[in-house]
Design a binder for this molecule. Sequence first.
Ligand SMILES: Cc1cc2nc3c(=O)[nH]c(=O)nc-3n(C[C@H](O)[C@H](O)[C@H](O)COP(=O)(O)OP(=O)(O)OC[C@H]3O[C@@H](n4cnc5c(N)ncnc54)[C@H](O)[C@@H]3O)c2cc1C
Length: 377
Amino acid sequence: MKRPSFDCIVLGLGAMGSSTAYQLALKGKKVLGLEQFTCAHDRGSSHGETRLIRKAYFEHPDYVPLLERSYQLWKELELRSRKKLLHETGLVIFGEEKKSQILQGVRLSSSRYGIPIEEWDYKTIQKRFPQANVSSSFIGLYEKSGGYLEVENCVQTFCEQAGHLGSELHFEEPVNSWKKTESGFEVMTSKGTYHAQQLVITTGSWNGILLKEANPFLKVHRAPLFWFESQGKFKKEKGVPCFAFDVPEGFFYGFTESGGEVKIALHQPLELVKDPSREDRSVKPEEAKPVTDFVVEYLKDLNPEPTRGAICFYTLSPDTHFILDAIPDCPGGFWAGGFSGHGFKFASLIGEVLSDWVIDGKTRSPVQFLAMRRLQG
Ligand SMILES: Cc1cc2nc3c(=O)[nH]c(=O)nc-3n(C[C@H](O)[C@H](O)[C@H](O)COP(=O)(O)OP(=O)(O)OC[C@H]3O[C@@H](n4cnc5c(N)ncnc54)[C@H](O)[C@@H]3O)c2cc1C
């Protein structure tokens, strides 16, 4: 049976794909989105309840203009869907000024783009975040616009809105392969064959399987998340912000309390994942140890025994910056990946950029620094 044709097919409806389908539908395009699992599932990189968002980006100041637009687009999505997705609780990063490149990076982005940052000395830390167990050599850099996004709720909302705007989204329909044809693209799934003029690949940790050109640049790793009992001591209603610590043991971050628990993680890729579809996603005891040790050493008022944990995937690029580009030698094809454990906050913007490329072949957002050519030869 000949299937109907679409303007664009989006492969993978996680963070980036669901946002792209939504943006394309918003601009009147006839979209097919294909996802191998259910909507907002827990088998890729976009689960675990929350993701940090902040503007004074220590990873590189070039991300700041993209973040400004990401915030605008998250707020537009909230207005359209009438759902609360973004919580600006504030975010404080603790560290020792002379030793912490992260604090230096926060200051650089903040001064270059005028993002207000408060500096907390030891006395202020004791007053504003008494839960921190740090020595007097520590400072805190507090960003009021920092906070978190409700991760599954965001993906679900992109999908719902894309659906309301007329997109066709198929779940539990894995894509087996795709090819370029004379008139566009042909996509083969477990259930059928579809045609479209354009194609977007946003299959996260599976990008290397569907896009051979991406494979050499991407490595998938386990990344665990843990929850700890907090007995009302980390509530955002009491003015407690999200937090992060740059300490010799690593970069740890945590969220305000939800349902009597605080979520904490170490921003570090663990074991390499050979096949994301077959990976055992139960948490190993040795994966919890660094985070438990961190809680004992640096936080007060938390029970250091995790109540639960979850495994998520980091897909690392060689320099841990994102890759956004056209598919080589495939006019009309685009892809995004290598989000390296810090991409979710940008999902609203990535969808806009990919939809701009599909529709206009160009975008106003300054994303050239994320092109794949920086990694080649
Ligand atoms: C533990 C952890 C903590 C993180 N913390 C933060 C944070 O605090 N702040 C932040 O900004 N970012 C954070 N990140 C990073 C962020 O979550 C990711 O960068 C982002 O979710 C990646 O989105 P994605 O769309 O690339 O991948 P995904 O959301 O995984 O989407 C890819 C989708 O493609 C689908 N797919 C794959 N193959 C096929 C196929 N053949 N057919 C059909 N569908 C297919 C998958 O099932 C999946 O749904 C964190 C990541 C992890 C793992």
